[in-house]
Write a protein of this length. Structure first.
Lengths: 592, 597
């Protein structure tokens, strides 16, 4: 039970819970306080000094983001002294920022720019020659991500996100004072620094200082090149977030408009990664069943089996827990499976040489860019996937083409590789892969249709590690779901303790799963505080699942056809060649 | 062992670097040769404070004060003074004002010392810092014994509160109150930390105490541990103080041997452990929350307060952090009583304060004076005034975070509140004296350069703002400044003071603000008249050849940039645009025909 305290803000007497900060109290009463560094529960360092307020009895200004209210506190948030401070602070930040907003991916939702606009900040300091600019330190030695120091305002949000969400702590401040810059230790190559490309830093950044490595221009060129047959695939989570880039509410399902936009953009063929998600269940489910059987017969089985859909998680385990690589499912992720099926099966069906096909995938993820470039991800001389765009990049592509997105008619692609079940679309939410797998595996083990296929207790985001025991065919199967790699060490401790034999563990690098991936639209900090973006987007996916006529992967007729015409059975020789892969330990900070 | 004389040799960092260690060795050798080693004891002590005159040797019981002693003087001091009983005149120290050079003034009667009151420095220069017995001989560890056997923790805290002792590290927060906060916060583990991260340029009182009287810190920290309920203490000292670290570690080991640290101190249930933590020498780590972060192994950056360390400090536990000098006062307060301490000082600032005198002053060194002493007494009586008959211009107190005071303020009584009301601060006790040849804009620029270097980079106003202030000052000192720049500088300074996260940023503008307040005309001279009245700012100097010139051509030949022209026996001319103001021509001119204006 929280106690209430009486305070006065801007001459108005109000009563707020005693655990509130001044910023919370102000927000609850529609009083605007500017802020840049504050991310609730994540980055509470009070370093930007923009949220300063006057508190009666205290000589200097105080930051409102972490200072708690107390009985009788008298606060002012909008005096000339405060406005003057905020303006000067913004001007100081501006003087050290490279403004090239027209090409910046954050132009439309840059938190810094919004404040500069609101306060009408001049930028004479940046032009005066007596004022030095910091050295723009960049780190782009990666296939997925770019750190651009010239746009960094040193708020530290990415540093906190890296430590507290990814648990990798790859980012920190280097140097000090005026020459401080954020990056890997001594600006070591980001690829080799232990970064897993989850992109939590991108989502935390208030400006465009950290962003995905763009492939937008290549794709735009490709779409105007008649030499190639372009096939696009879209990940489950893209459809529930893309609309946000066009002003639609968070978690709006825009699947039909998305297909239409892709069609109008000129892709020759539109497929859906959901198809490969169903396929993944067939492959991964069979792999699990065979390991489980071995375990039952006391043979070496490498249980628990870890899911392998999340490339961020793959990067994590290869670097931090290589001793568990054998426990990873050998399945490629749905993105790569879809690409491989397009090139080696679909190409023949549509009569296009596989070399002439370019696969573009739209992903909620930046690690997918890296995944597509892994050397393992090719077969018979062709890459599985050629280009990867994030949800954000797709939105920009649509904007470049002047498509009136919100007014587009729904479109339904005709490709069989766009067919999917409800089990596939929930891959985007944490627990979704596990639920989809159970819907199929349990039925296979039981040998009869399940009475109930909703496993609602493994959904949700309250806990970073979710555990459950499912009784299948008289055997207790222990499962666990992890979202956010920061939770992995705790899970590994539980596994090592040997208290319980875990059988199947789903891991998603991002908290909330792919819906909250590093390639998804970025929600400004003050909005993300009042809405759980993960839940809103996941809700849309579960709704699609609920409305689907087919809700189990193994009843997808097109998947069945694929096995019939091409693969044979799950885990067949063919599928091993093109749908499975292997992983290996990767060093961090190695000296060349 | 009873001896007839003691030879005390200063073993502070300053004197050590001028070979005082070899001097001790030589003394022992010579005394051995003379067969005096049984009756005369040579001791290497901590710092005497009068660093300007080092290496210093004092011979007791005669109280003869030898200054600037060189290795070659040792033999003479031994044979003359120690063997024959005749004072060795050439090295006896004389006050500047002393006209009779044959008179020998006893150590305690010297102008530098006779107005001082040494409480925190009571053992510095008196005892051998390597000897716990000598410390005990000076009533050492008696206060700790009294506290743990006769007093309750709250009685210790009340005594301290009553004494009126305030933090000597800069803020001046009442020590008793700080301890009370930590005492009241219930926790399974609490910590006590000694902040020995002395970072102000020119301040070295903490080093002197650590080097000269390490046991007083150990004793005080143990008392603190007893009072607040902490069983673990840390001394956070910068690695640049190797001698202090060595002596401190030695003292800690001795205290453990004597059972004054560790389990069952004075046979009670009180247990206290002490460890040294080395800092890498970042100025900001003197800020308590940054210091804590540094001990925890994090990047040394301050965090926002509240919560204060007394509530959530080291590893989230209640922690008391006091400065070295504060600790040094504590044992003697407990021994002599709060009432004794209260009588020293002013109404709100009790006791004494150690200052490090530096800059344009005759007697550079450490002085400890009762609060309430005027700046005039410190500078002119103890400090011996300004060298070379120059005029006093300003005194900077509080290091890079302090402000500059003028001759108008000379009769100010030194205490926390007076200095703050004048726009400066006590700080850790740096006191830099400036004469008419110092340019105040340049002084402000100098201090800003320091804070820009030392800013941790966490908060915007300090990271970005101090750099911009420095750039504006550089613009002004290079003659490119405008009146708007001064206005902008002032505005920025107020904002940084108001909005920065920690004390470093909040005080960084002080040198600028106080010089703007007290020496605005000098700023205006720089931007309007394009002149530096003190003749410091190079870009604003103009070398000019007067008609005294005999046309000898020496200046022309010596000019490194060939900017002087003129025929033989004609008056030469300096090309102002090309001149780099190096002054070579002025030195070369045989007839002093080159002037600066």
């Amino acid at each position: 039970m929280s106690q209430m305290v009486n305070i006065t803000i801007n001459n108005k007497s109000i009563s707020v819970p005693s655990e509130y900060t001044i910023l919370q109290a102000a927000n609850a009463n529609q009083i605007f306080i500017p802020r840049l560094c504050f991310l609730k529960d994540l980055n509470e360092t009070a370093s930007c000094r923009l949220c300063v307020v006057e508190i009666q009895g205290i000589k200097t200004l105080k930051n409102s983001c972490t200072v708690k209210v107390s009985e009788g506190m008298v606060i002012k948030t909008n005096t000339p002294r405060i406005r003057n401070t905020v303006k000067q602070t913004l001007e100081l930040l501006a003087a050290n920022h490279r403004f090239e907003c027209w090409i910046c991916p954050r132009e439309h939702n840059c938190e810094f720019l919004a404040l500069l606009r609101k306060y009408g900040i001049p930028n004479q300091m940046a032009e005066a020659k007596e004022f030095a600019k910091k050295l723009p330190i960049t780190n782009d030695r990666s296939d997925a991500i770019i750190f651009d120091g010239s746009k960094c305002i040193l708020c530290g949000r990415c540093v906190a996100a890296c430590e507290k969400l990814a648990g990798t702590g790859v980012l920190d401040f280097n140097e000090r004072g005026f020459v401080t810059f954020v990056g890997t230790a001594q600006n070591y190559s980001i690829e080799d620094s232990g970064c897993i490309y989850c992109g939590k830093c991108i989502q935390a950044c208030p400006t465009g200082a950290i962003r995905e490595k763009e492939e937008l221009d290549y794709v735009e060129e490709l779409l105007h090149n008649d030499e190639f047959y372009t096939v696009v695939q879209t990940a489950p989570s893209v459809r529930c977030a893309l609309g946000e880039e066009f002003g639609l509410p968070i978690g709006t399902n825009v699947e039909g408009k998305m297909y239409q936009a892709l069609h109008l953009l000129g892709f020759d063929d539109i497929t859906d990664t959901n198809f490969a998600a169903d396929l993944t269940i067939m492959e991964e489910g069979s792999e699990f069943l065979s390991r489980f059987e071995k375990w039952m017969n006391h043979q070496t089985s490498h249980l628990p089996m870890f899911s392998s859909c999340s490339p961020g998680w793959i990067r994590y385990i290869e670097r931090y827990y290589p001793e568990y690589i054998a426990n990873l499912s050998s399945c490629k992720s749905p993105q790569q499976m879809q690409g491989a099926i397009i090139k080696h099966y679909y190409a023949k069906k549509i009569g296009v040489p596989k070399e002439k096909i370019k696969v573009v995938s739209i992903m909620p993820c930046i690690a997918k860019k890296y995944e597509a470039k892994r050397p393992e991800m090719e077969y018979d001389g062709v890459r599985d996937v050629d280009y990867v765009l994030t949800t954000r990049e797709l939105a920009r592509l649509i904007k470049r083409a002047d498509l009136p997105f919100t007014e587009l008619e729904d479109y339904r692609p005709s490709s069989p590789l766009a067919s999917y079940t409800g089990a596939a679309v929930i891959f985007g939410a944490t627990g979704g892969v596990m639920e989809a797998a159970l819907r199929t595996v349990a039925e296979k083990l039981e040998g009869k249709p399940l009475p109930k296929i909703d496993f609602t207790d493994i959904r949700g985001v309250e806990s970073g590690i979710k555990e459950a025991t499912v009784r299948i065919a008289g055997i207790d199967v222990n499962i666990a779901i992890i979202h956010g790699t920061v939770n992995v060490p705790e899970m590994m401790n539980r596994i090592r303790s040997g208290e319980k034999q875990y059988h199947f563990i789903e891991v998603m690098a991002c908290t909330g799963g792919c819906v909250n991936g590093g390639g998804q639209p970025i929600i400004p900090a003050h909005i993300a505080e009042s809405i759980d973006v993960r839940l809103e987007r996941a809700k849309a996916l579960y709704q699609i699942d609920q409305d689907s006529s087919m809700r189990q992967s193994h009843i997808n007729p097109e998947v069945a056809k694929l096995y019939e015409e091409f693969l044979g059975t799950p885990n067949s020789n063919t599928s091993h060649h093109i749908l499975h892969t292997h992983y290996q330990q990767k060093p961090i900070f190695f000296i060349k | 062992m009873l001896v007839r004389a003691h030879v005390l040799v200063c073993g502070g960092t300053g004197c050590l670097s001028s070979k005082s260690e070899q001097i001790v060795t030589r003394f022992n050798e010579v005394l051995n040769e003379l067969g005096l080693n049984k009756e005369i004891q040579v001791i290497m002590t901590g710092c005497f404070g009068f660093c300007e005159k080092g290496p210093i040797v004092i011979v007791y019981p005669d109280e003869v004060f030898y200054s600037k002693v060189e290795l070659s003087d040792v033999d003479a001091i031994c044979t003359e003074h120690l063997l024959k009983g005749r004072v060795y005149q050439p090295k006896v120290y004389h006050d500047i004002t002393e006209e009779d050079r044959s008179k020998v003034t006893g150590f305690s009667q010297i102008g530098f010392y006779n107005r001082q009151l040494r409480i925190a420095l009571r053992n510095c220069g008196v005892i051998d810092p390597f000897s716990i017995d000598e410390y005990i001989g000076r009533n050492g560890y008696e206060a700790l014994g009294k506290a743990v056997t006769e007093m309750s923790p709250i009685e210790v805290i009340n005594e301290l509160t009553k004494s009126g002792l305030r933090g000597r590290g800069g803020g001046g927060f009442p020590t008793g109150t700080k301890w009370k906060f930590a005492y009241n916060n219930q926790a399974s583990q609490k910590y006590i930390i000694c902040n020995a991260d002395e970072g102000d340029p020119g301040a070295f009182m903490d080093r002197a105490i650590l080097e000269g009287d390490p046991h007083s810190i150990i004793e005080a920290m143990a008392i603190g541990g007893f009072a607040i309920g902490a069983s673990q203490g840390y001394i956070y000292v910068r690695a640049e103080y190797p001698i202090a670290v060595e002596r401190m570690q030695h003292a800690i080991n001795q205290a453990y041997e004597y059972g004054l640290l560790g389990k069952r101190i004075f046979n009670t249930d009180f247990r206290f452990d002490l460890e040294i933590r080395l800092g890498a020498g970042a100025f900001v780590c003197g800020e308590e929350t940054a210091l804590i972060a540094s001990i925890e192994g994090e990047r040394g950056m301050p965090r926002n307060k509240p919560p204060f360390p007394a509530e959530k400090g080291l590893w989230g536990k209640p922690t008391v952090i006091n400065n070295v000098e504060t600790f040094a006062n504590i044992p003697i307060i407990l021994l002599n009583g709060a009432t004794w301490f209260q009588q020293i000082g002013t109404e709100k600032s009790k006791g004494t304060k150690v200052f490090a005198l530096g800059g344009k002053i005759n007697n550079t060194g450490l002085v400890e004076i009762p609060m309430g002493t005027t700046l005039r007494e410190v500078i002119f009586d103890i400090g011996g005034g300004i060298p070379n008959q120059k005029k006093f211009k300003a005194v900077q107190t509080g290091g890079p975070s302090g402000g500059c005071l003028t001759s108008e303020h000379l009769d100010t009584q030194i205490d926390y509140d007076n200095l703050i009301s004048l726009g400066s601060m006590m700080g850790s006790g740096g006191m830099i004296i400036m004469d008419e040849n110092n340019c105040m804009v340049d002084v402000a620029r100098f201090f800003l350069e320091f804070t820009v270097d030392e800013s941790c980079g966490k908060c915007t106003p300090c990271r970005e703002g101090t750099k911009r202030m420095l750039e504006l000052l550089e613009k002004i000192t290079s003659g490119m400044g405008t009146l708007e720049d001064i206005e902008k500088l002032e505005k920025l300074a107020h904002m940084i003071k108001d909005a920065s996260l920690c004390g470093l940023g909040q005080t960084a503008p002080n040198p600028v603000l106080s010089t703007l307040e007290n020496f605005k005309q000098e700023y205006i001279a720089h931007v309007v008249d394009k002149k530096c009245p003190a003749g410091v700012c190079k870009e604003l100097l103009h070398y000019r050849i007067t008609d005294q010139c005999i046309g000898c051509g020496k200046c022309k030949r010596n000019c490194p940039v060939d900017c002087i022209s003129g025929d033989k026996r004609e008056i030469h001319i300096i090309n102002q645009l090309a001149c780099i103001k190096c002054g070579t021509c002025q030195t070369a001119c045989p007839v002093h025909a080159i002037v600066v204006d």
